[in-house]
Design a protein around this ligand. Structure first.
Ligand code: FAD
Ligand code: SF4
Ligand code: SF4
Length: 659
């Protein structure tokens, strides 16, 4: 075998602390290495051309590139060797940047470790064999999970691009948080006026099937061919028959149900339509509060419904859908402010969250857009806003910035003055973060044009005084303690991962960070892709972001799906497991262990044997370590290949100990 080794400088990233010329020189002495050199940027056009020329000139059978992480450039170099006529699996990568130069400063030690890694890669390459991907067909339908503004945008862009879309939303209506907002920064335009038409487009688009009040129960399959079970939760109303007339909601005697849309300022009826612009505009019964469903008495809605739509016997219903790609747009939830004892821990009626305040500001809200104190219904005069409640605070496990709270607080201060010209707003803040287009100008307007008083410092406590509240905090710019008398306090609660996000991630087989936000494949270059092929992200499920960025990601993920579906056939990764039928004793251990259900039992001349289903196997390799017979091997990572790497490392360590 003739191997070529190319050691990359990566500018000074590697060459700064690794003697790359020595690594190349030592590589020339390694068994089977016919050519070795160092190169400034192996991934650049001249770098790749150099590899191609060397393959041709020295008639190389395989190539090792010692450079950065394979996650980024393995596909690049595989394409390079393919262009020179080699099978792309006759290539190995030694990561001497993330695993060497970026983690150590000692050039001598780094160089020695880089030589070890190159020799291991070369030893493995000797055992590589050319692999051929198989082609399979693509189901050109897409599922969007989550019907907030990001999911709505993704669904509409895919549908307008000619794809069949299945949109699954867990609450009874699409719209997400944006449907609860009064106005939006920085233009202060009406949220429902810009979101409403998009919601209607979803309902009317011929390419979109909408399931609301529904969640993903199970996902099987792989890119191009996912089989998904959607659980349609019982609404106890036949939505085909329901016309959304709302008669039932007027007559229902059970009025203590949670008003989720209005952030539980007050209550609603057991049978309800979440809000006037809901899509679909259908009634749903909250079983916990329905008198008929809890104790068998009542049934008023059943008697009154003009279309006889009530179905107390309705059960959850599983529905099967097959799609080729999935866009996840499950958004975020709000931090539970009751965790802050110093802000009253939820005990003070007029200390409310920013989203509750949005509902008080909104004409479709419980007070018809008149800001009133929940405690006594009076209009507040002094409104104090406290930023970073559950953001940038390690003590509550939320060290990150929620991104949009500075901006929506400025918006709410502006709207407060618009609603109540005699009012005075105060904002306690840590820093103002307003990096978007026209954002900084917007916060300045809140201060200069609307007279909002900004106090830089944290609030140490809120306590009631008569029918008012005293907000005590530090003014760190003045170096003094301040106390502000407030009629109402609005807590700018931060964003956290949507409830159930980790469980959904496990079904989708995508990664999530320690806060539960989904991980993109690459933070800069693949911001809407995940590490699972065919699964894309949009909006706040990946981390907090404002509406323009969420919409941008919705469109970006749709573009990715359209690009994926531009081909009729996809190639499967041949790095999957293979069973040696002669060694297999049919014990079934691998079948039990495979997390993807990719191994089946087959009958081979009357004996049970394991068989890998090529299209389902993800190449995780778990089965290979389970098989007591060593009968199952992962292509490209066989025992021989891994042991070759271990052997050469042991030999080198032994040799060094004698020197
Ligand atoms: P979401 O709006 O959270 O939507 C996610 C959807 O997915 C929801 O409908 C949810 O029910 C659904 N879902 C969740 N889990 C599942 C599941 N497992 N299966 C199916 N469906 C699921 N931004 C601005 O740009 N301008 C503003 O003025 C503004 N004001 C704001 C005011 C407040 C008080 C707050 C808290 C935020 C504000 N924002 C504003 C930010 C804005 O809310 C977000 O940018 C936007 O809602 C993100 O949209 P999304 O679709 O990613 O998430
Ligand atoms: Fe729907 Fe019947 Fe209620 Fe009207 S009365 S909203 S048709 S369930
Ligand atoms: Fe309301 Fe009675 Fe209908 Fe239940 S049965 S939703 S309590 S009207």
């Amino acid at each position: 075998m003739k191997i070529g080794v190319f050691v990359c400088h990566c500018g000074s990233n590697i060459a700064g602390t690794v003697d790359v010329a020595t690594v190349a020189k030592e590589a020339r002495k390694m068994p089977d290495v016919a050519f070795a050199s160092d190169t400034m940027y192996a991934c650049s056009e001249p770098g790749q051309d150099g590899i191609i020329e060397a393959i041709k000139e020295h008639k190389l059978d395989g190539v090792v590139v010692a450079s950065c992480t394979p996650r980024m450039h393995e596909p690049t170099f595989r394409r390079t060797v393919e262009r020179a006529g080699l099978n792309k699996y006759m290539f190995e990568m030694a990561n001497i940047r993330e695993h060497v130069s970026w983690i150590g400063k000692d050039t001598e030690a780094n160089t020695a470790k880089a030589i070890d890694l190159v020799s291991m890669a070369a030893a493995k390459l000797v055992h590589n064999k050319g692999l051929t991907p198989k082609s399979f067909s693509v189901n050109k339908r897409v599922m969007v999970v989550g019907g907030g503004v990001a999911g709505i945008q993704a669904a509409l862009d895919c549908a307008d691009g000619g794809l069949e879309v299945v949109l699954v939303e867990k609450t009874p209506s699409i719209g997400g948080k944006m449907s609860k907002l009064d106005k939006t920064f920085p233009t202060v335009d009406c949220s429902s006026c810009i979101l409403g038409p998009k919601m209607v487009d979803i309902a009317q688009h011929p390419n979109i099937t909408l399931y609301t009040n529904a969640e993903i129960a199970e996902i099987q399959g792989y890119v191009g061919n996912f089989d998904i079970t959607v659980n349609k939760k019982a609404s106890y109303v036949d939505w085909e028959a329901c016309t959304g007339c709302g008669l039932c909601t007027e007559k229902c005697p059970s009025k203590k149900s949670r008003d989720v849309f209005n952030e539980e300022i007050g209550t609603t009826t057991a049978i309800n339509i979440p809000f006037p612009q809901a899509i679909p505009k259908k009634a749903t019964i909250d079983a916990e509060f329905c008198r008929k469903l809890t104790n068998g008495k009542c049934g008023v809605c059943e008697k009154i419904c003009p279309t006889k739509a009530i179905r107390f016997e309705q059960q959850d219903e599983p529905v099967s859908e097959s799609v080729g790609a999935i866009v996840v747009a499950t958004g975020y939830d709000l931090f539970d402010h009751t965790r802050y004892g110093e802000y009253g821990g939820g005990r003070y009626a007029d200390v409310i969250t920013s989203m509750q305040y949005e509902r008080l500001l909104s004409a479709s809200g419980p007070t018809g857009g008149h800001v009133k104190r929940p405690s006594d219904g009076k209009e507040p005069k002094n409104v104090v806003f406290i930023q970073c409640v559950g953001s940038r605070d390690k003590s509550v496990g939320r060290p990150y910035c929620s991104g949009f709270c500075c901006m929506y607080t400025a918006k709410q201060a502006i709207l407060t003055k618009d609603h109540m010209p005699e009012s005075q707003s105060y904002v306690f803040y840590m820093d103002i973060r307003a990096p978007g287009k026209m954002y900084d100008e917007f916060t300045r307007r809140a201060m200069e044009e609307y007279g909002t008083k900004y106090i830089r410092g944290r609030v140490s406590m809120i306590y009631p005084m008569g029918d008012k509240y005293i907000v005590r905090g530090a003014d760190t710019l003045m170096g003094t303690q301040v106390e502000v008398e407030a009629d109402m306090v609005v807590l700018a609660v931060g964003a956290e991962a949507s409830k159930g996000a980790p469980q959904l991630a496990e079904k989708l087989r995508i990664s999530y960070d320690s806060y539960g936000f989904y991980m993109e494949s690459h933070p800069k270059l693949k911001p809407v892709e995940t590490n699972t092929a065919g699964v894309y992200l949009a909006g706040c499920c990946q981390g907090p972001k404002d509406i323009p960025t969420s919409v941008g990601q919705g469109s970006a993920s749709a573009a990715k799906v359209l690009a994926l579906f531009s081909k009729d056939q996809l190639e499967s990764d041949p790095q999957i497991s293979e069973v040696d039928i002669k060694r297999c004793i049919g014990c079934g251990k691998c079948i039990e262990t495979c997390p993807f259900g990719a191994i089946e039992e087959i009958d081979f001349r009357g004996m049970p044997k394991a068989n890998v289903i090529e299209t389902i196997c993800q190449g995780c390799g778990i089965c290979t370590s389970t098989c007591p017979q060593g009968a199952i091997q992962l292509q490209h990572f066989t025992d021989n290949q891994i042991l070759a790497e271990v052997n050469v490392l042991c030999q080198q360590t032994l040799q060094q100990s004698f020197e």
